[in-house]
Design a protein around this ligand. Structure first.
Ligand code: ADP
Length: 161
């Protein structure tokens, strides 16, 4: 039986860090759903539709991937699509404490769900979507961090700022 995995996140926007993790994950799992979190309390830079479109473009050719969005609890979404693994990234040490807490809370809510943590290439360990948004807002060069289509969209968003 195939193991179904979810890679959840805001992806606001998708970066080479996310893609690095996905490439690694595709070697382990053959059914991965990238699930964009729709959080009504957060005001994202890119709409859900923009994020889904950017992900679709950036992951063209990755055979193992599906793309979806969800709101509410991750454990409920996992049940709905019959996923048993959640993929998360670990950068430097900043991610550890939060992820540790989330993993144990999620496990207490759904014992069948396991979290798998992946580490990116060293050049992406400091990369986050928020740094990319900040750089783009100050008209900095983000081409090293995101695919071309993402760079274009962000440039457009900040062109009059
Ligand atoms: P969230 O709001 O859930 O943190 P993100 O889109 O920021 O959403 O991240 C989704 C997942 O991807 C998280 O597990 C995060 O740690 C991981 N991630 C993001 N950027 C990187 C990166 N540069 N290297 C490794 N993992 C990353």
């Amino acid at each position: 039986m195939k193991t179904k995995a979810i890679y959840p996140g805001s992806f606001d926007p998708i970066t080479f860090g996310h893609l690095d993790l996905l490439k690694r994950s595709c070697k382990i799992f053959d059914d991965i759903t990238i699930a964009v979190v729709v959080n009504p309390h957060k005001k994202p830079l890119c709409s859900v539709e923009e994020r889904l479109a950017m992900i679709k473009k950036a992951t063209r050719g990755y055979g193992c991937i599906k793309i979806d969005k969800f709101d509410g609890l991750l454990v409920d979404y996992a049940k709905k699509i019959n996923a048993t693994v959640v993929i998360r990234g670990l950068r430097a040490i900043a991610d550890f404490e939060y992820e540790f807490q989330m993993a144990l809370v999620n496990r207490s809510l759904n014992k069948k769900l396991d979290m798998v943590y992946m580490m990116p290439s060293v050049e992406y360990t400091y990369l986050s979507s928020s740094i990319v948004r900040e750089l783009a807002s100050l008209h900095g060069d983000i081409s090293r961090f995101v695919p071309e289509s993402v760079e274009k969209l962000l440039k457009e968003k900040f062109k009059n700022v």
